[in-house]
Ligand binder design. Structure first.
Ligand code: B3K
Ligand code: ZN
Length: 872
């Protein structure tokens, strides 16, 4: 496979103005007729041949302006259809046959639980018909779907249904989408589905019908998605002035889906895990996830669909911006500080790891082999951080003006990242050329900060130094424009001090701009010695080092006015203590708990923090994955032992406080996914986890009672997890059995049942994974199952990284099988093996050995690209 380069971009030679498709559905032999109204791009050479993309298609017939083409008129290869001479403007008629049943890659048209559905982004449409499969070719679509009235009574496509009827024992529906779109936004769904309906009136008075289509047994699980959709529609009107533009908006739930969901115009297709919720089957986290994904896909209607990407290198143009939009929506709807804490802790664990590994790439990559491999944390989450920085740099008002300008100027167009940033420059008058480096430079910048207080002159000098480590293919890095939001917290007053920089007052909190490799900022009139609170709200996606003492961190933990940084101070304090424990474990000396951490937690539990959701986060120790990210060579076992020791020490020292917290937050209220209830449950369940860390009688009693009460899935799953992860298998086994039998009919709950079992720290897990792979509820063809069982196992650090290499071997076996069935999922699953550089020599050797074994297979371009980079 050969890479594609951004620098090779050429506008299309031919444009499609209107696309007419007719699908005659059949499980193994669907016929697709296409009539493409094509025009030569005025910019293209007169002699340009017509080259269309096509894969896994059987060509039945081809015609041009009503005349059948002979075989000598065109050339068909594995990936293209080429016609050497075509007129300036013409209609191309083709008919192909495809096989939805055997489509296990879940790209193009496939069947899931007997229903037909499509996934076309990024390059799936070429598996449906011959077409210029690129986002800068935009056409209006008219789609006829013909199916069996009994097997697929519901026939859906994008836009508005303009006709339906029956003919020769079959039935059909005709759909028209008036908005020109690239083919990656095309969608079709056909099956035996039921809907829930609702309405939304837009700010300009358009009546929109809302429909969520599901299998009949899931009709009671659509309420939260529908409510989320309406909130998202209203939010986009009030926040961005964007309203919906069709009379119908549909969501469909599909059981086999490679990712969360897809923003097809007017017909969003969702992984059922990302749309279905019920208090008995979905946890609070799942409810919040559904809300965020429904909003994300809806927001794409403007940031993605009305304005799309010129080419796939610009993917973050729509994804980074849309993630930023959905993050802000969720922050407005729930606890804003907790949303930020959760996003950042995930980001610093997973995106930082991506940046530090062999697949590191910029927010706008300059080449790729397989675009499907670039739906990454860097494109999505780092892209969102970059947009957030832009917004903070120029201020919300200018940002909003820039967004208006962008949506107006590029409506109906395929745009670039320069177009977007250009609108922000125009709207703000700010020069953003240095800022553009965030898009082209890969890797996590590290910022070293040092502060000195000068009593005599009342000055505080803050020196910031930045460097970005080399990443594959990018050795030289230039300084970035890093906005650092900060406060100086007075050690006597405990208050934010007024910031004066170069004679100008910034108020109690300010943003300083680090643009050079090293810069010193001198704050004047600083009345007392401060502790700096740096990078508030994670104002830039960097790794910040500051030599805080534990006393300073304990001070910030209780005094910082920024909720995010208060939490971060707690994490840093825990990290210092964990470092000591890790060292003790490695040196074989007795572990001693740092009492400052215990006292800090005691203060928290004594009611220092009023937002329970924030408190629950503050009481949660950094994850093993996050701790590992802080080490150059990861010691899996020492990390686990240290963190367990700390959890147990805290539980022993604060047992009464945790019991009190548990009891104060237990409630009989009927379940609602409100921020208040979610906060209360998370605090209660954090307390329960500490109590179960020591498995004493009280903890076990509360845990068993919580499981047995079965109030909602959040509480039940937490109780089940704590039992299964404890050493009390006598209690865990019956609970698992009860749960598994009760929910055997519910695939999404069974996914949770798999995950709970394969994330336990005890050493019997690998055998459990193998056993569960043969369980009737498991299927390697279903991506949710693969993620719930295999994906979850690879996150079980002590077991996946077993010293005998069996964890790696198991993963490689699955990857080899999935490489044939579903290359997109296979390539994603390999990720943990690509991080071999971070482990000790014997694990490195074992991981590389498995990568090499995978490499010997006949590989898909997806897996090839990842393995190649990992072994480079
Ligand atoms: N745009 C889709 C992702 C498609 C990925 C295809 N391999 C989902 C989203 O970001 O909203
Ligand atoms: Zn998206």
């Amino acid at each position: 496979p050969q890479p594609v380069y951004l620098s090779d971009y050429q506008p299309p030679d031919y444009l499609v103005t209107h696309t007419e498709l007719t699908f005659d559905l059949d499980p193994t032999a669907t016929r697709v007729k296409a009539r493409l109204h094509i025009e030569r791009n005025p910019a293209a050479a007169l002699s340009a041949p017509l080259v269309l993309d096509g894969e896994n298609l059987t060509l039945v017939s081809l015609g041009l302006d009503g005349t059948a083409l002979e075989e000598r008129d065109y050339v068909v290869s594995d990936t293209t259809l080429r016609i050497e001479h075509v007129p300036e403007r013409f209609c191309l008629e083709s008919e192909v046959e495809i096989d939805p049943n055997s489509n296990t890659a879940l790209e193009g048209l496939y069947r899931s639980s007997g229903m037909y559905c499509t996934q076309c982004e990024a390059e799936g449409f070429r598996r449906i018909t011959y077409y210029p499969d690129r986002p800068d070719v935009m056409a209006t679509f008219k789609v006829t779907v013909i199916g069996d009235p009994a097997r697929e009574p519901v026939l859906l496509a994008n836009g508005n249904r303009v006709e339906q009827g029956e003919r020769d024992g079959r039935h059909f529906a005709v759909w028209e989408d008036p908005h020109p779109k690239p083919c990656y936004l095309f969608a079709l769904v056909a099956g035996d589905l039921c809907k829930t309906s609702d309405r939304f009136t837009t700010q300009s008075g358009r009546e929109v019908a809302l429909e969520i289509w599901v299998e009949e047994e899931n009709l009671d699980k659509t309420g939260h998605a529908m409510a989320s959709l309406k909130r998202a529609m209203a939010w986009d009107e009030t926040t961005y002035g964007r309203e919906y533009d069709l009379d119908l908006f549909m969501i469909v739930a599909v059981n086999d889906f490679n990712m969360g969901a897809m923003e097809n115009k007017g017909l969003n297709i969702f992984n059922s895990a990302a749309v279905l919720t019920h208090p008995d089957t979905a946890t609070d986290a799942a409810f919040q996830n559904v809300e965020g994904i429904v909003a994300h896909e809806y927001f794409h209607n403007w940031s993605g669909n009305r304005v799309t990407c010129r080419d796939w290198f610009q993917l973050s143009l729509k994804e980074g911006f849309t993630v930023f939009r959905d993050q802000c929506f969720s922050a407005d709807t729930n606890s804003a500080p907790v949303k930020r804490i959760q996003d950042v802790s995930f980001f610093r664990t997973a995106q930082f790891a991506e940046d530090a590994g062999p697949t590191a790439h910029p927010v706008r990559p300059d080449h790729y082999i397989e675009i499907t491999n670039f739906y990454t944390l860097t494109i999505y989450e780092k892209g969102a951080e970059v947009v957030r920085m832009l917004c903070n740099l120029i201020g919300w008002e200018a940002f909003r003006r820039g967004a208006d300008r962008y949506f107006e100027r590029f409506d109906g167009c395929a745009a670039t990242i320069e177009d977007f940033v250009g609108c922000m420059e125009d709207a703000s008058g700010e020069r953003l050329d240095q800022f553009m480096r965030w898009y082209s430079q890969a890797g996590t910048p590290e910022v070293d900060a040092f502060g000195e207080y000068d009593y005599v002159h009342g000055e505080y000098r803050l020196t910031l130094r930045q460097r970005t480590p080399a990443t594959p293919g990018q050795n030289e890095k230039l300084p970035l424009h890093v906005p650092v939001r900060l406060g100086l917290v007075g050690t006597k007053s405990g208050q934010d001090l007024t910031l004066t920089l170069d004679g100008e007052s910034l108020g109690k909190e300010g943003v300083i701009h680090l643009r050079q490799a090293e810069q010193t900022f001198v704050f004047e009139n600083v009345a007392e010695a401060p502790v700096p609170s740096l990078l508030r709200g994670f104002s830039a996606p960097v790794l910040l080092h500051y030599p805080y003492s534990r006393e300073e961190l304990a001070f910030l933990l209780t005094h910082d006015s920024d909720g995010f940084n208060r939490w971060d101070a707690g994490q840093r304090l825990s990290m210092l203590a964990l470092d000591d424990l890790i060292a003790a474990h490695r040196n074989g000396v007795e572990k001693v708990m740092d009492t400052r951490v215990v006292e800090a937690f005691r203060t928290l539990l004594d009611g220092e923090v009023s937002d329970k959701a924030v408190l629950a986060e503050m009481l949660t120790l950094p994850t093993e994955a996050y701790i590992a990210e802080q080490q150059r060579i990861v010691d899996v076992d020492a990390i686990h032992a240290a963190r367990e020791f700390m959890r147990q020490s805290l539980a022993v020292a604060l047992r009464d406080e945790f019991i009190a917290t548990y009891e104060a937050n237990a409630s009989d209220e009927p379940y609602a996914p409100t921020p208040e209830q979610i906060a209360t449950r998370s605090l209660k369940n954090v307390a329960l986890a500490y109590l179960m860390a020591i498995e004493d009688a009280k903890g076990l009693e509360l845990c068993q009672a919580q499981f047995a009460a079965g109030r909602n899935m959040t509480d039940v799953r937490q109780a089940l997890t704590l039992l299964v992860h404890s050493d009390r298998q006598d209690l865990a086994a019956p609970a698992l059995k009860t749960f598994g039998e009760k929910w055997a009919h519910d695939s999404l709950v069974m996914d949770q049942w798999f995950t709970v079992q394969v994330t336990r720290p005890q050493p019997d897990v690998l055998e459990r994974v193998e056993y569960l792979m043969d369980h009737p509820a498991f299927s390697i063809k279903n991506p949710n199952k693969v993620r719930a069982l295999i994906g979850a196992f690879t996150q079980n650090r002590v077991n996946f990284h077993r010293l005998d290499g069996q964890g790696y071997r198991l993963l490689a076996d699955v990857v080899i099988e999935l490489n044939r069935l579903n290359p997109e999922i296979a390539a994603r699953l390999i990720t943990p093996l690509t991080r071999w550089q971070r482990f000790d020599e014997s694990r490195q050797a074992l991981m590389r050995q498995e990568l090499a074994r995978i490499k010997k297979e006949p590989l898909s371009s997806n897996v090839y690209e990842v393995v190649e980079k990992a072994l480079a």
